[in-house]
Design a protein around this ligand. Sequence first.
Ligand code: NAP
Ligand code: GLV
Length: 310
Amino acid sequence: MAVLLSTKASTMEDWRDALLEVDPSLEIRLFPEAGDPAEIEAAVCWTAHDMAELRRYPNLKLLVSMGAGVDHLLRPPGPPPGVPVARLVDERLTQGMTEWVLLNVLRFHRQDPEYRAQQSARIWNELPAPDTARRRIGILGLGALGGDAARALLALGFPVMGWSRRPKSLPGVESFHGDDGLAAMLARSDILVCLLPLTPETRGLLDASRLALLPAGAYLLNSARGGHMVAADVLAALESGRLAGAALDVFEPEPLPPEHPFWTHPKVVLTPHAASITIPRSAAPQVVENIHRARAGLTPLNLVDPAAGY
Ligand code: NAP
Ligand code: GLV
């Protein structure tokens, strides 16, 4: 029985080597060289793989995302019926995201865009001191990534709030849920960080009506999925000054078309879906464990709930 890997060509071999390092007995096939479809028992896929194609493998027992997100696996037609889907919860993936969040929170909090502009113009001018204890941060999503970012921001002294689907209690974090909770948190978020999964409920959440609830001059960080934002509404909020700046890592579609205004917007800091990239060697042990579990008929680690969408 074999494991099918499907990702971009540049990382395919890293994934194969990382899995074989953990279990040298694995038979690994690199898509599209799947061999006999009846031999594929697990598929480990990133965003480009067509879920309809997976229906070719009659003995598939497990589908694994190469990242934390699974929207690419759950979108229609979805995984083959009855095949469990697992995602990654990985310390280094989490650390990478927390680094990206800290980088961009501190960029805006410490007035880096303003100081860079002053440097270009050789202006020696001290701006008002940033007050960490008064810069309120709202995090959409308090899961593996949002929870870790919250802890790191708290450790720096920021007041941190978080919004989740179900009521949640994280030490030091003021927590919100539901529509009223969202409105209450947005109204106090000087910096809003989106770390939600993309689901039917969260698609388009960052639209004009939600952005209008933010304090004037707030900052937006989105490193979740492009589908969380209505791009035209984010641009309008940047133009009106509702948003003073945005750090954006994710877009719809990706790659972001060269003519898109985000590329050149003076208030936008852009990264190409690189906030936190899975390191195959770090993720491999849990993927191999899940392959073993699937063979033994056990529930995989980090099982996704298709009904919830994450
Ligand atoms: P997670 O552990 O599943 O956490 C998701 C959080 O979102 C949970 O707190 C959940 O609430 C909350 N949530 C889900 N649906 C909601 C809703 N309808 N309303 C309110 N809250 C909702 O996910 P994660 O591992 O932190 O990852 C989050 C996302 O980050 C991924 O899905 C992926 O899209 C993105 N990501 C991006 C990159 C990048 O490089 N840009 C890298 C990795 C991940 P509950 O706590 O109540 O369940
Ligand atoms: C990256 O976007 C991930 O979902 O891990």
